[in-house]
Design a protein around this ligand. Structure first.
Ligand SMILES: Cc1cc2nc3c(=O)[nH]c(=O)nc-3n(C[C@H](O)[C@H](O)[C@H](O)COP(=O)(O)OP(=O)(O)OC[C@H]3O[C@@H](n4cnc5c(N)ncnc54)[C@H](O)[C@@H]3O)c2cc1C
Length: 305
């Protein structure tokens, strides 16, 4: 396999796959590097109802696979490897991976984000033993058990609505007195009899023996402490960008997200960023795909300019 490309795309979620479709159709020799399953976070979504063109909705896994097939049809090369570092000084950018070095004149960084951790006692100890970051992946393990979902945004509500199919009861722990989620999701959650809300509450400690048994809470208004008997704790409190591998090579913005302009250009000429990895991204599959297309179009202009 040759190691020289015109464009290298880091990450195979909606942003990277969309960028790959555009660069390949533009006849640019393109390589997409993905460390895991192609599709990115959207592969974890059971049903995607807000991606235009799929009036009945589509499973996230299938959506990711279709995106990959479409890009591959136009010649996108994909490899499974983790990007560990970059060299951005010369005209040719060097991408270091677990499968060797690759070079290109333009880079599109689309490495997305992953769930933030709560950082409380018991979280790490019981990770995979009742503590989960993906209801779609782990929901069926919690049949007829009470579970807690920590968070109050779209992802937390989506997780809770998925879990009602399996769990006996879903206890939503939110640190504020109202949800941040979009209205349609709030309406669905409040209409669901199995979902119970614990407002103004912070998760303090996860306890158990071999598996999770209890979640300790503190009320941020009254200071009152309480304990919930639960068989699982689903964490949905936000996202952190996958940019640790970039921090020595690229100036990063707030919380490690990448700053770009409206052309998806970073501060380094020829280096673009797209999707959830960008500061202030809308964190949706469609916006990530749009960013990927924009980055690819301006990468093409950069290469021909
Ligand atoms: C459970 C769930 C449900 C969702 N439901 C919806 C929905 O219904 N509608 C909607 O619009 N959005 C939904 N989203 C959000 C949507 O999935 C994301 O906004 C979108 O996937 C972001 O795309 P992205 O390409 O920017 O990043 P990601 O999807 O995060 O993809 C980034 C990819 O980069 C890879 N990567 C990271 N670091 C490296 C590295 N060093 N080397 C190589 N590869 C790397 C990762 O493995 C990943 O595959 C949902 C998300 C989740 C978690």
């Amino acid at each position: 396999m040759t190691n020289e490309y015109e464009v290298i795309i880091i990450g195979g979620g909606p942003a990277g796959l969309s960028a790959g479709l555009y660069t390949s159709r533009a006849r640019l020799k393109s390589l997409l590097i993905e460390r895991g399953v192609v599709g990115g976070q959207i592969a974890d979504a059971e049903l995607v109802e807000n991606y235009p063109g799929f009036a009945e909705g589509i499973s996230g896994l299938e959506l990711g696979q279709l995106m990959q097939q479409q890009a591959a049809k136009y010649g996108l090369n994909t490899i499974t490897a983790e990007v560990t570092g970059l060299e951005l000084k010369g005209e040719k950018k060097v991408v270091k991976t677990t499968k060797g070095k690759f070079t290109a004149r333009a880079l599109i960084i689309a490495s997305g984000s992953e769930r933030s951790k709560l950082g409380i006692p018991g979280e790490e100890e019981f990770s995979g033993k009742g503590v989960s970051y993906c209801a779609t992946c782990d929901g069926p393990f919690f049949k007829e058990k009470p579970v807690a979902v920590v968070g109050g945004g779209d992802v937390a509500i989506t997780e809770a609505l998925h879990l009602v199919k399996f769990a006996s009861r879903v206890k939503m722990i939110h640190r504020r007195d109202q949800l941040r989620a979009t209205r349609i999701l709030q309406e669905k959650a409040t209409a669901e009899p199995k979902i119970e809300f614990f407002w103004n509450s912070l998760a303090e400690k996860i306890e158990g023996e071999d598996v999770v048994k209890r979640l300790n809470l503190v009320n941020v208004v009254t200071g009152e402490k309480s304990t919930l008997d639960v068989g699982g704790v689903f964490v949905a409190v936000g996202f952190k960008p996958n940019t640790d591998y970039l921090k020595d090579f690229l100036p990063l913005g707030k919380a490690g997200f990448i700053i770009t302009n409206e052309k998806m250009e970073t501060k380094i000429p020829g280096v673009f960023a797209a999707g959830d990895v960008r500061l202030n991204s809308a964190q949706q599959a469609i916006t990530a795909a749009g960013d990927g297309a924009t980055a690819a179009i301006f990468a093409e202009k950069f290469l021909s300019g």
